[in-house]
Write a protein that binds this ligand. Structure first.
Ligand code: SIN
Length: 510
């Protein structure tokens, strides 16, 4: 297996794939894309339902909408990048190169839908499976690129820094740079050194740390934890976004998303008595910013001891719903609900990580040679609460910008001496999977109950104490046990939880 590249990209969602596509324009550079998934499409992008914002040149309201959703905490320079650059990048990557199929109007123009907190319809979509259409088309395009290799079932364990290279502690302040990553090969059970002149993290968010979430199981903070261990800066880690409407069904952990576009197209939220309760909470009702709707649902559920509330889209016909939302329609039918006639039980679930690895507007992190793009990164665009359907656009735009910067500054010479880098010594002791599973469940319950939608200082302090003790145990266990993808994930999870809790405590001083 080839393990040295000009650029190493970890993660294969929209952000990592876009970076690879843009970089590949320079035929002289080699790009390695690795994923812990069995298939490259295993990413959160694949599961995105609603759509991706398309910013028309005369869209004067986008800036205000992003700021309204985030209570004026979004970084205006990041909004400016999205406003000025994203439609050109959308056209170049998705329309011209990947030829992604989106729903269109009779005259051939892109069909646009509405989601919460958007003042106009500006969301481009492919039925209710937009992410899948994007992911598959990008991967197909990458297949035609000779200088990009995609390798699966490889879990990044730690970033390789120049300290692994023998740089002294004094030199480190000036010279520390990222040289690639130690990567666990799930098939061969060994650790490879993947070396590169530039490394790009596109590892996604942390939402699978919560008991109820909408993400893939890989959303466990691998990238965040690696950066933290290498001494890099994370920002806004307490701003976890909860999606208001996921199906309250038998699969309690990975909850099935019911896209915001349903409410954008008229679905109402009702309590079990049939009352439309959002009137009590916000003038935009079901189309209020996501954090407000999730919080309102939780308030209703807690105060009244209800297990869920309901989503009602029965004003639409069966024909319309089965064509416009085919994935959801089928999923609900499989669960014995006809959404054109039945109310859908819904609860909020962890959905998106607004903070992350701090970057500038070119994806550069605080660590030399390391970039971060997509959900793992914190460009500041989302502030405390993300506007719906900005995430795919952020991944696309900043994935592209990072590639532009890398193309500009990629050195000709190799920056590492492989001989000087230590090999990874694998421990031998067998690990007990039931310990891992139990620790994971403790983390998920603690995060959901104490670090969830409704937080208090007391709950956060309790969570900190529990996670701190667990961290001590897991680090001991990690040191001695034979490496495994689940163990790598567990160590990362507990470290990232600690960061989220500490950041949350700063906002809950009393
Ligand atoms: C959804 O379809 O509601 C999710 C869209 C998003 O998270 O931006």
């Amino acid at each position: 297996m080839k393990t040295t590249y000009d650029v190493l990209i970890i993660g294969t969602g929209i952000a990592g794939l876009t970076t690879a596509i843009k970089l590949a324009e320079n035929k002289d550079i080699s790009i390695g894309l690795i994923t812990r998934g069995k298939k490259p499409e295993e990413s959160n992008t694949y599961w995105a339902q609603g759509g991706i914002i398309y910013v028309e040149t005369d869209d004067e309201k986008i800036q205000a909408d992003i700021q309204l959703a985030s209570k004026n905490t979004s970084y205006d320079k990041a909004i400016e990048v999205i406003t000025k650059d994203s439609s050109k990048i959308f056209k170049e990557i998705l329309v011209d190169k990947a030829k992604t199929v989106f729903n269109s109007n009779d005259d051939g123009s892109l069909a646009l839908t509405q989601e919460a907190a958007h003042s106009i319809p500006r969301i481009v979509y492919n039925t209710d499976a937009t992410g899948k259409a994007i992911e598959i088309s990008l991967l197909k395009y990458i297949d035609s690129l000779e200088n990009v290799s995609i390798l699966t079932e490889l879990t990044a364990v730690d970033l390789i820094t120049s300290s692994h290279h023998g740089v002294s502690i004094h030199q480190r302040y000036e010279e520390d740079k990222i040289l690639g990553a130690y990567v666990f090969d799930q098939k061969e059970n060994k650790v490879h050194k993947f070396l590169a002149k530039k490394t790009v993290l596109a590892t996604g968010g942390v939402n699978a740390l919560y008991l109820h979430h909408t993400n893939g199981l890989g959303a466990r903070g691998d990238g965040h934890a690696m950066v933290r261990r290498a001494g890099g800066v994370l920002a806004n880690m307490e701003f976890i976004q909860f999606h208001p409407t996921t199906f309250f069904g038998p699969i309690a952990q990975k909850r099935f998303l019911l896209t915001e576009a349903l409410r954008g197209e008229g679905a109402k939220l009702l309590n079990p008595n049939g009352d439309r309760f959002m009137e009590k909470y916000h003038k935009y009702l079901e189309l209020a910013p996501r954090d407000i709707v999730s919080d309102a649902i939780m308030t209703e559920m807690i105060e009244n001891k209800w297990e869920s509330v309901y989503l009602d889209i029965t004003h639409e016909s069966r024909e319309h719903l089965s064509t416009r939302f085919p994935t959801i329609f089928k999923y609900l039918l499989d669960h014995k609900l006809d959404m054109s006639k039945d109310l859908i039980p819904v609860v909020p679930a962890a959905h998106y990580t607004c903070g992350g690895v701090k970057t500038d507007l070119w994806g550069q992190t605080s660590l030399n040679n390391l970039f971060a793009v997509g959900e793992v990164a914190c460009t500041g665009l989302h502030g405390v609460n993300r506007l719906a359907s900005t995430s795919l656009l952020e991944g696309l735009t900043f994935g592209y910008k990072a590639a532009e910067k890398i193309l500009d500054e990629l050195p000709n010479e190799v920056i590492y001496d492989e001989e000087k880098l230590k090999n990874w010594n694998l421990s031998k002791e067998h690990f007990d999977m039931s310990l891992i599973n139990q620790d994971k469940m403790i983390i998920k319950h603690t995060m959901w109950n104490y670090v969830g939608i409704k937080k208090s200082r007391n709950r956060l302090l309790r969570a900190k104490a529990m996670v701190s003790e667990l961290n001590t145990q897991i680090q001991k266990f990690y040191k001695d046990a034979v490496l495994h993808d689940d163990l790598i994930g567990l160590r990362n999870s507990v470290e990232v939880c600690y960061t989220i809790i500490s950041a949350s405590l700063r906002g809950h001083k009393e």
